[in-house]
Ligand binder design. Structure first.
Ligand SMILES: [Zn+2]
Length: 463
């Protein structure tokens, strides 16, 4: 036979991988507790290596040449900002011009015998799916990062875990599967979604096998709790859940299962970036694998710590398709680097605070309707539903958020005032608050007729 056939297990030096990116539980006794100088020295070294490889990929070389920067310009971590950022639209254009993979991949299908690869696609909630080619090293390192997040969220080696995500062209279910099976020795029950395995069957399996986590959306997990109750089971007593790695209504999830919920953040092209520790003062970034910046949505320049802007990610762990200053347009902020009460010096970011795509200028201040919703709803007396309108009143731009509240008439003015104050505090700009009764916003939000509820309307002239 001609050519080399290098099998996936031969394509990765596992000792080197574990030295570079320690898996749990070892990680939490070691690199999790590194000091700030060591963290940043390692970031800089890996950033330089990553830049060398990224420069061989046409998508990056073109952009960097045009901006007059190259791998040699990385003398300090701050130099990263000299490299041009790009957004999802740039990736889409790259795919359109060079279908089906675009010119941003650093690994190929043709070379799969020597460098085994997998391809996964982003979810298609906003536009066409984006393919990412992962080398074996990238899969394994990504699985380690995810295993760390799951460990911190409460999953332990050897646990039985239900994976109720869809095994599809998307990375999600496979990434969880690999993390659990390969790096935590968990026994994965691959139930898939409710279309594949009925909700009653999911409940039976979770109960019979005493699963310690059910991986799925927070909404579906709450639905399973409902189904369990109908079947005569108590989700708190009859299940054995020890971890809630589910994104959704934190208060409801914790109340239903009696387990702490810790948030995490990641996305298709880079896998798992950060996770909340039990202190719940931000999400610690895995800085052996990432440099996270928060940038101004217009200028792309980094903003000061504490200020909200777009998350701009550079991964420093991959060998294949690079992501080097990817402005994903998710909103968050960075905490200053300081030691957390958990002992870690790893940089912390705020929780996901909405999408930055539909930023609105209000009297010179950047505001995002989703961030408004997030802040306004921080009150248990409000329903999780909202709608923001931008208006022109006289010669002044105004913004109003409509919130849904079932409280009695006498309590409503105080609830609205408290929401107004929260918004003023956090955003530095006055946003009006109006309370609606349950159901009253449905025509605006299309909550029951559209898969993605509408949250914003610009009613200003020419807006
Ligand atoms: Zn911490």
């Amino acid at each position: 036979m001609s050519g080399t056939l290098r099998r996936p297990f031969e394509a990765v030096d596992h000792a080197a991988l574990m030295a570079a990116h320690a898996p749990p539980p070892e990680y939490f006794e070691g690199d999790w507790l590194l000091g700030p100088e060591e963290i940043e020295a390692r970031q800089l070294a890996r950033l330089r290596e990553r830049a060398e490889r990224a420069y061989r990929v046409p998508f990056f070389r073109k952009r960097w040449d045009a901006a007059g920067v190259g791998p040699g310009d990385l003398q300090r971590l701050d130099d990263l900002s000299r490299f041009p950022a790009y957004r999802v639209d740039d990736i889409r254009q790259s795919i359109e011009a060079n279908p089906p993979l675009g010119d941003y991949q650093g690994a190929s299908i043709d070379g799969a015998c020597e460098e085994p690869v997998r391809i996964f696609m982003s979810g298609a909630t906003t536009g066409a799916p984006r393919p990412t080619v992962y080398t074996q090293w990238d899969r394994e390192a990504g699985a380690i990062l995810m295993a760390r997040a799951l460990y911190l969220q409460g999953v332990r080696p050897g646990d039985v875990v239900l994976n109720a995500w869809a095994y599809s062209t998307h990375n999600g279910a496979f990434a969880f599967d690999e993390a659990l099976h390969k790096w935590l020795n968990c026994v994965v029950l691959t139930t898939g979604t409710g279309n594949v395995t009925s909700s009653r069957r999911q409940v039976e399996l979770a109960h019979q096998y005493q699963a310690t986590a059910i991986l799925t959306t927070g909404d579906y997990l709450l639905h399973l709790a409902e189904v369990a109750r109908e079947m005569g089971l108590d989700p708190k007593k009859d299940f054995n859940l020890k971890a809630l790695p589910n994104i959704g209504d934190r208060a409801k999830l914790e109340e239903s299962f009696g387990v702490a919920n810790y948030q995490s953040y990641g996305f298709h092209e880079v896998q798992w970036v950060s996770v909340e520790c039990p202190e719940r003062q931000g999400l610690h970034v895995f800085e052996d694998a990432f440099v996270v910046q928060i940038v101004d949505p217009e200028s792309g320049e980094p903003v000061p710590d504490g200020e909200t802007g777009g998350i701009c990610i550079t991964e420093i762990y991959k060998t294949g398709s690079p992501q080097f200053r990817y402005d994903i347009q998710d909103l968050s902020f960075l905490y200053p680097r300081e030691q957390c009460a958990c002992g870690s010096w790893l940089r912390r970011m705020g929780p996901f605070a909405g999408r930055g795509d539909n930023m609105v200028k209000l009297r010179g201040v950047n505001v995002w309707p989703e961030a408004i919703g997030e802040i306004a709803l921080d009150d248990p007396r409000l329903e999780p539903d909202w709608f923001v309108r931008a208006l022109r009143e006289g010669n002044r731009d105004e913004m109003v958020v409509h919130l849904v509240c079932g409280a009695p008439e006498a309590e409503r003015p105080a609830i609205a005032r408290a929401a107004e104050e929260r918004l003023k505090d956090r955003l530095g700009v006055r946003i009006g608050v109006e309370l609606a009764l349950p159901g009253e916003l449905d025509d605006w939000t299309e909550l029951h007729s559209s898969p993605k509820p509408k949250r914003f309307r610009d009613e200003r002239e020419g807006g």
